[in-house]
Design a protein around this ligand. Structure first.
Ligand code: 1HA
Length: 270
């Protein structure tokens, strides 16, 4: 498969194949742990994906066959966060979580190995997860001095249930891909050699569906968990659809033409 580079970065690869974008954390020497720079680069790539009409779905993965992502890079963990190039402590992976939730296109985690700690949260936050048989899942926070009480807890519990979510966080054990699938946090498990083919196949099926319908479903499923912020995103898309209607155009045109709007001519539905 011929992936072409969209933009060059230091910590990630950012490529495209047809309407599919692929973001690959490219730090295999630390099992694709992220540092602040990695997250800034992924955020930049996500905003490019959001803007580009020729991209309909995004794959998130890790380089190599050992790890999807092992969470925050413990070598740069300082006091108050992960230290960036300017000495500022950051937890900017949380901004990536927000971007994954809010982009109106599906984001698929292609888990090719360990999804551990903050790397586990990353796959949880994605819309779908496809894993290879060698993948391993688990949280480590309470073992290494951390926790993610955001989507890494609340959305995890929506996926696997409250009891399992507490088990995952309290015990910090590792789970096989099959166990993760049985729990409801993985959509499909395939042999490693088939991982990309299977993921691209899922992407192409999604791409053949109505983008607006998929956008609204993602918004609605998010809104159920995201409170006022989720309603805002959902409502924003309702406004978008209203602006596409002649009824909304009539209001604007009447204002510009300095006349009263005539909304009577538009159909009323029961
Ligand atoms: O909790 C949060 C946050 C919460 C709120 C807001 C923001 C957050 C942001 C981040 C996080 C976190 O991510 S906390 C959790 C941090 N991550 C971990 O605790 C996982 C650490 N890694 C492991 O447990 C294991 O490495 C492993 C289960 C993934 C693999 O084990 P294995 O097969 O025994 O390999 P290992 O030898 O341990 O690792 C291979 C190489 O990768 C090692 O390098 P080497 O010593 O050979 O030079 C290892 O140091 C490196 N490595 C692995 N994970 C990390 C790492 N280096 C830096 N940071 C890592 N996370």
């Amino acid at each position: 498969r011929n992936w072409t580079q969209i933009k060059k970065y230091d910590d990630i690869l950012f490529e495209q194949y047809g309407k599919i974008a692929k973001i690959t954390i490219n730090r295999p020497e630390v099992y694709n742990a992220f540092r602040p720079k990695t997250n800034f680069e992924m955020l930049d790539a996500m905003s490019i994906c959001r803007e580009r009409p020729d991209i309909g779905v995004i794959i998130l993965t890790g380089a190599g066959n050992k790890a999807f992502c092992s969470g925050g890079d413990q070598k740069v963990k300082g006091v108050g966060g992960y230290i960036d190039d300017n000495g500022v402590p950051r937890l900017n992976v949380l901004d990536l979580h927000k971007a994954i939730r809010s982009i109106p296109k599906p984001v698929i985690a292609m888990v090719n190995g360990y999804a551990i700690g903050g790397g586990h949260v990353l796959h949880v936050v994605c819309d779908l997860t496809i894993a290879s048989e060698n993948a391993r899942f688990g949280q480590t926070g309470p073992k290494v001095g951390s926790f993610d009480a955001g989507f890494g807890s609340s959305y995890l519990a929506r996926c696997v249930g409250q009891k399992k979510a507490r088990e995952i966080w309290f015990l910090c054990r590792q789970y096989t891909a099959q166990e993760a699938m049985d729990m409801g946090m993985v959509n499909k498990v395939v042999p490693f050699e088939q991982l990309e083919d299977e993921t691209v196949d899922w992407c192409e099926t999604i791409l053949s569906r109505s983008p607006m319908a998929i956008r609204m479903i993602k918004r609605a499923l998010n809104a159920e968990l995201d409170g006022q912020r989720g309603m805002m995103e959902f409502a924003g898309d309702a406004t978008l659809m209203y602006y596409l209607m002649a009824e909304a155009q009539e209001g604007k045109n009447a204002f510009l033409e300095k006349r009263d709007p005539d909304f009577d001519k538009f159909p009323k539905f029961p």
